[in-house]
Ligand binder design. Structure first.
Ligand SMILES: CC(C)(COP(=O)(O)OP(=O)(O)OC[C@H]1O[C@@H](n2cnc3c(N)ncnc32)[C@H](O)[C@@H]1OP(=O)(O)O)[C@@H](O)C(=O)NCCC(=O)NCCS
Length: 165
């Protein structure tokens, strides 16, 4: 079980069962403004999407908890690529009240340390170019832009970022 701490927060691995993933799906919809008004069905569906995406792919779900056990941040990803050496850091976020306290940076460090121990050679992530907070944090953490994917239904592009471990 991977575990760490940042100030008063406990950071630990979350299992891939639906009851354990339900709070992650709930928080995901609070963290992203575009998802705030979704339905209970969609949230439940997202917990299942996480489970299906990570199961059997060396997935890791990290959660950060307050001392009274509330989940306030999450970060998750899984193995990709033919050579099985890339960890794809898929999604993550921090509840607005708990931002700018270094929590996501601490979770990033823990994720990368774990990925190195597992034998991954690099981490990749996709970030929308207009997501300043995530872009800045990722660049500070040693990611470099290696490409971009445009979307037909949204202006701008997702920037492909890679960091050797
Ligand atoms: C991006 C996000 C995860 C950062 O979480 P956080 O815990 O607040 O980040 P940290 O406190 O670890 O910040 C580390 C550094 O990143 C940069 N940063 C973080 N938020 C920033 C912001 N809003 N604007 C500019 N820089 C920012 C800063 O350099 C910061 O260091 P500093 O506070 O010492 O200046 C959080 O803003 C979030 O949940 N955003 C919405 C979710 C999201 O966009 N997810 C990606 C799609 S899945």
């Amino acid at each position: 079980m991977i575990e760490g701490a940042h100030g008063e927060y406990l950071i630990r691995e979350i299992g891939l069962t639906l009851p354990e993933l339900a709070p992650v799906a709930e928080l995901h919809h609070e963290v992203l403004p575009s998802r705030a008004y979704t339905t209970a069905d969609k949230k439940a569906g997202f917990a299942e999407e996480i489970r299906a995406s990570l199961d059997g792919r060396d997935g890791l779900v990290l959660g950060a908890f307050t001392p009274d056990g509330r989940l306030v941040a999450y970060k998750l990803g899984y193995r990709t690529g033919n050579r099985r050496e890339c960890f794809y850091s898929w999604i993550g976020g921090v509840h607005p009240f708990h931002r700018r306290r270094g929590l996501y940076r601490a979770m990033t460090h823990l994720q990368h340390r774990w990925a190195l121990q597992q034998g991954f050679k690099y981490v990749e992530t996709h970030t929308w170019g207009d997501n300043a907070a995530m872009m800045i944090l990722n660049l500070q953490e040693g990611f470099v832009a290696i490409g971009a994917i445009s979307s037909p239904d949204r202006a701008g592009a997702r920037i492909i970022l890679r960091k050797p471990l």
